[in-house]
Design a protein around this ligand. Sequence first.
Ligand code: GUN
Length: 305
Amino acid sequence: MTTVTPLISSASPLARDIDGKAIAAQVLEEVREDVKKLAGQQIFPALAVLLVGEDPASHVYVRNKLLRAQEVGIRSLEYRLPDTASQVQVLELIAQLNMDVSVNGILVQLPLPAHIDEAAVIHAIDPIKDVDGFHRENVGGLVQGIEVLTPCTPSGCMRLLQETCGDLSGLHAVVIGRSNIVGKPMATLLLQANCSVSVVHSRSVDAPALCRLADIVVAAVGRPGLIDASWLKPGAVVIDVGINRIATESGHRLVGDVDYASARTVASAITPVPGGVGPMTIAYLLKNTLVASQLQRGVGRVLVG
Ligand code: GUN
């Protein structure tokens, strides 16, 4: 057991913002540079994005993903199917994309319409093209510490934490939420970075007390403003993954799972919403597309449909 120096010994009056936009721009610049280098080896990474149905938020997310891909020189292919598309149609399209050697990454935007089995769709994607890192083969690899395609939002959160805190070894991290997309992979990545990790969820007894033990808090529950100053240890670093749409008189606004105004009076650093975690997810999606194209070329694997 090593002794750990506290990350921040006393709380500053107001937490500083962790600038996700600026850090995502750095990541995208790294991706752009790597795309140029790969072009010299005749590798041209391409990402296929499949959107099923008319969910307005999903349309916005997909549009942003395609725009950013274009900006860094990654070829993107957009596929849209109507709400009424059958599961067989979705699976057939995925089989076609699996077999297409010019496609390196496949992303199916979630949520899918209720009549489509999300797990069946995710597991139909060839794991080496699974740029979301949701396939059970990639999830298993992540838990075992094998280099795999890792879920984008948790990867982005890790980069924000590394930029903010440096070495995370020995710090106590509390992850609030246990989803397959964020909470579980986030806890795994923090463990790999040598944190002590607790996962707090809806059945936890006295979640605020558990959270007050944390040097790092990652909130991913989808409950607007749930976590306020009373949940935080002075000087904690707070990563807010929540993107909740709140209706206002003039339309809507986005808020996180953390009550930002309250939390910043106790935390030392905090991600704002928007402009914190959101831009990192797209940056890491494109980084994963690059990694996938290298893995596919490097291992010379025959892709199966
Ligand atoms: N919907 C919300 N977040 C995500 C994500 O990270 N990946 C996909 N495919 N769909 C999402």
